[in-house]
Design a protein around this ligand. Sequence first.
Ligand code: NAD
Length: 370
Amino acid sequence: MSVITSGTGQKNRLSDDSPIFNTLTELGHEQVVICSDPEVGLKAIIAIHDTTLGPSLGGTRMWMYNNEQEALRDVLRLSRGMTYKAAISGLNLGGGKAVIIGDSRTDKTEALFRSFGRFVDGLAGRYITAEDVGMEVQNMEWILKETTHVTGIPESMGGSGDPSPFTGYGVYMGAKASAKKAYGSDSLEGKRIALQGAGHVASYFAEHARKEGAELFISDIYTEKAESLAAKVGGTVVPAEDIYGLDVDIFTPCALGGVVNDETIDIFNCDIIAGGANNILDDEEVHGKQLMDKGIIYAPDYAINAGGIINISVELSENGYDPAIAKEKTAVIYDTTLKVLNYAEENGIPTFKAANLLAEQRIADAKAGK
Ligand code: NAD
């Protein structure tokens, strides 16, 4: 194992030819831990982006990266995103993330996850892990055998369980706040909503939106998933490729990231984009500005999909986990979204930029002891 620490802005003599340190400085990371345990086949990277507001929190992703660079890029990008998500949500948490390089279908063993758990434990709480893509409850239980710095574990084990109900509820509150901004009323009654993806987050979002009388158009690459959700909550199934151009009030992407891109930007026929997917804008600067120019209100993804991490923050609180408190805190996403949208309007900037600035301001204030 080797530990690479960026330090805290100290000058060093490597600046011209040290790509790793230069990248960490540019992205603002505090520490990156390369975890290697050949005996059990563990190759993992833990990235701690910023702990100004509190210990870094973020899930562990197990993925077949093509090479080390790809894994490093992913963990750096994801951990930085967690810092912004926690900061904009008013949580006293920093941003972190871990990736395990491997095939989640064939490479999982108890020894591997326990070894990883010991690396997490070695960070003494500076990094708290959770479940992410490629991980299952069983794997988290193995990690838990080696460290207490794990969250999102099943309720039966004293954790907060599946975060999706809270993420879905938060996206719903974010969509309502966006409607308030666009239409002067936050009611979703009669609003036409195009829902991309019919998975966990989408399903919980759909239930809330339907209860309020929204009209849903549902798509999934697996048509049977869209059909099943439509049968459950009520809605019209739409082919996956047709979802972008529907004449709707709100487009709610709850599948993959990068769906606002060069190809889709001119197809949208909606007033609002508010969804649960991470990294909805393919290129923040380019597509965020284009949405603003088109008059489409974009509710920044990390501000409105924070319900899961808000839920986990309740699990970490001194009083222990309480779902009612988690729901109450998730509802604050409504205020956060309006704050971001108003700040963007007042300053004539795209909404993603407004969210970034507000998150950075909160961290800067904390650093300055405000
Ligand atoms: P999920 O796997 O349950 O659902 C995703 C669904 O999207 C699947 O049904 C999949 O078939 C579908 N899909 C994939 N590509 C598609 C496409 N091109 N068109 C239509 N459908 C497509 O995942 P989830 O947990 O619901 O997460 C959804 C998104 O929200 C992800 O981007 C995730 O990163 C993000 N997110 C989730 C949480 C959470 O608590 N689960 C928290 C924050 C962010």
